[in-house]
Write a protein that binds this ligand. Structure first.
Ligand code: ZN
Ligand code: ZN
Length: 363
């Protein structure tokens, strides 16, 4: 799943004025809360103002959280006899309760608690809509309104954050459910506000994550539908934004991969090739972006691999060689250690591809 939250750019207008209001958070923390590990990439996107502490900077596991996946409960299930509650998918992997160690005799659904959790999530929506038309500047002065407004503005980021936690913990259904609400929200906004490039890029990213969920669940055809829809929305977003270009090209490659596994080589090539073109265009506009050049070489390798499997050996060799040339010419700064490692591993892969086929071409 994309590690970058699509709401990372949705800057909050009043961020600075709210930053030092730490008082309101501590009041709402309960004793059983556990410090969660900081997750890079999310900390900048979610504000620390949720009255329940559901944010990444000061994230605490509250009564609505599952201790296994560290996200909001999904299909809340109570262990018998100890009564500890987890998501159904999370606890089903355990024989003993992870909190108290008691033998789990059986697991019962806790619909009452799940209803409260669902209302909490829905509450974010209501707050958002009621605040939408009000004068935001005016509201900053009053503490209670500030808290609510803050939650409302971050609902998308909040849902994505919950989804990413659940996804990492392999609770894919939970992730899918949160992302579906998020996608619904953005679609509704698109209808109300018209097509803006920000909404398109957000929806494109969320749909891509939904595709990842379907893929993880083994539902390739739904995954392809989501990735294709993701591509369509990302294409409406600004073409000079490198992050959007990357997400777009990755979505195209993911469709290509799924077609490839399905042995639809022509289909796979068509998507890999579209991705390659998106990345090539990006280099034209950003000739100095090393990671974009690396992306192009990875795309070339994918296209070449399909071409080889389709029996177009000469075309494939040209593409492998073009990628090698690009990587040989690529000079990275000493501090770009990660990129250099990637460059060397792609280069090694490409050279292996060329030497591998040598016996065939010289019979
Ligand atoms: Zn869970
Ligand atoms: Zn227990």
């Amino acid at each position: 799943m994309t590690p970058v939250c699509p709401f990372v750019k949705a800057a909050r207008p009043d961020e600075a004025s709210l930053k030092n209001n730490s008082d309101s958070q501590t009041k709402h923390q309960s004793g059983q809360e556990v410090k969660a590990k900081q997750e890079s990439g999310e900390s900048a996107t979610v504000s620390p103002k949720c009255p329940f502490g559901y944010d990444s900077e000061t994230f605490k596991l509250g009564p609505f959280s599952c201790m296994v996946c560290q996200a909001l409960l999904y299909e809340s299930s109570k262990c018998v006899p100890c009564s500890h509650v987890y998501c159904k998918a999370c606890i089903s992997r355990f024989k003993d309760c992870p909190l108290c160690g008691a033998d789990i005799e059986k697991i019962e659904p806790d619909t009452n608690l799940q209803n409260v959790v669902d209302r909490f999530i829905e509450g974010h929506a209501r707050i958002k809509r009621s605040q939408m038309d009000k004068d935001q500047q005016k509201a900053v002065g009053e503490k209670k309104t500030v808290i609510y407004e803050d939650v409302s503005l971050e609902r998308g980021a909040f849902l994505v954050q919950q989804a990413m936690r659940a996804f990492r913990a392999q609770n894919i259904e939970s992730a899918k459910s949160r992302l579906s609400i998020c996608a619904e929200d953005i679609r509704e906004q698109l209808e109300r506000m018209g097509t803006t490039s920000e909404l398109c890029s957000q929806l494109g990213a969320v749909l891509g994550m939904l595709g990842d969920c379907c893929r993880a669940l083994g539902d390739a055809s739904s995954a392809i539908t989501y990735f294709e829809e993701s591509v369509n929305f990302l294409k409406k977003a600004p073409t000079d934004d490198l992050e959007i270009i990357h997400t777009l090209s990755v979505s195209l490659n993911k469709v290509g991969d799924l077609k490839y596994y399905d042995e639809d080589l022509q289909g796979a090539r068509s998507y890999y090739f579209q991705s390659l073109n998106v990345r090539r265009d990006a280099i034209k506009n950003h000739p100095s972006s090393s990671s974009q050049i690396l992306d192009v070489t990875v795309s070339l390798a994918k296209v070449a691999d399909v071409d080889r499997n389709l029996g177009n050996e000469d075309v494939a060799v040209d593409e492998f060689q073009e990628a090698i040339k690009l990587l040989d010419r690529l000079t990275l700064k000493p501090e770009e250690v990660g990129l250099e490692q990637r460059r060397l591993s792609v280069l090694e892969f490409l050279k292996n591809q060329l030497s591998e086929k040598q016996p065939d071409s010289n019979p």
